[in-house]
Write a protein that binds this ligand. Sequence first.
Ligand code: UD1
Ligand code: MG
Length: 451
Amino acid sequence: MLSVAILAAGRGTRMASSIPKVLHQLSGKTLLQRVIDSCKQLKPDNIYIIVGHKSRVVEDSILQNKGIHFIVQNPQKGTGHAIQVLSQKVKNHKGKLMVLNGDVPLIKAETLKKLIKFHDSKAADVSLITTMKENPYGYGRVFTKDNLIERIVEEKDCNKNERLNLLTNAGIYCFSWESLSKIINALKNKNKQKEIYLTDTISLLKKSYSFEVEDDRELQGINNRVQLSKCEETIQNLIKEKHMMGGVTFINPSSCTISEESTIGMDVIIEANTHIRGKSKISNNCKIGPNVFIKDTIINDNCEIINSTIFNSKIMDHVKIGPYSHIRPNSEISSQSKIGNFVEIKNSKINEEVKINHLSYIGDSKIGKCTNIGAGTITANFDGIKKYPTNIGKNSNIGANTVLIAPINLGDSVTTGAGSVITKDSRNNSLAIARSKQVNIENWKRNKPRD
Ligand code: UD1
Ligand code: MG
């Protein structure tokens, strides 16, 4: 039987934040959620999350919390105290108990699986992940003797010599729960921080093994914002390297961020300052950037997007967008269309080969194939209370500066006169003009200004 306990009760004082530490985000996911997601891959029998500081907020933050048990630790007297509280609240101490700090977010499920295998092969009381750190500042130092761990000394409790030890505790432990429960209540708080340390269980247990992991990138603990940003950099580097190996060119990778859930096709070129967030999918041969923000959007082959923002939309193939376009949620831009300078589109279906090249607002609209929307066209979709739709057929030509007062339907091959305010529906093949006629007054002179 495998149970998992994730420690998430601490305030995270060193973050200097009103948000609990484990709820800070890395590439769009909280630290805690990352640890949970890795643990879930082990298919444990139980997952316990130890909460305390702002426990409701922490509980509410968790996605798919079915089968997760929350254990409240109040007050928080240290990592060892957290497990004392768990041991009291859960009576059945059978099998293995894996304990993970909620602030070590990059831990991979594969590494956890290896830890369990190692633990089983040693029939250990406890096995814990250790790693050599070039700069071990802040981490508990691990002292071994004859292949067993003798003790762990926290940074604050180390003397000068002990501080030189580079072998650190990653904060991820696999206990035999039976062995642990025999000694858990013996932990004391005799240390500089007056906390009950979980690390003190090591010297109380007989068979304490170190499972050393060479690559320390996934074992970074986050106690402050400098460490948070380093972790973000690690995740981003891994994501971008993965895409580069899959055939994506990054012109200036350090200026770009890509979410883990996004996919990018082959021969895509990502220019500087491009950010692809949420669950986005970019297909082959696209050129994205510079200066593009895309979230939860599908982009098909051969698109070019420059200096633009796109949310929750679908862009078909060979579409050109930008510079300075804003595609808002629920829009679909079909093949070969072009959305240009300072154009905003919201909740609209733009069919194939449509051009909306300059200074327009298109909202709640359907635009037919091969229609040209002249510069400055506005769909007036809001009467102050409700939003209304605009439908324009195919092969139409909407003159520059047309205002379409929705709800309105224009047929196929409709032309509107430039500067018109269109309030009535127009049938196929018609010309709609709604503006006052020009009057030319011959030989007209301006009045002389008075003295
Ligand atoms: C801890 C380890 C240290 C290790 C490091 C790895 C101890 C005593 N020290 O130090 O050896 O190198 O992690 O990152 O364990 N928490 C609770 N209840 C509490 C206190 C803390 O749930 O009463 C939670 C925190 O929310 C956090 C985790 O336990 O998620 C670790 O606590 P933290 O204060 O960050 O410990 P470190 O100083 O990093
Ligand atoms: Mg920590």
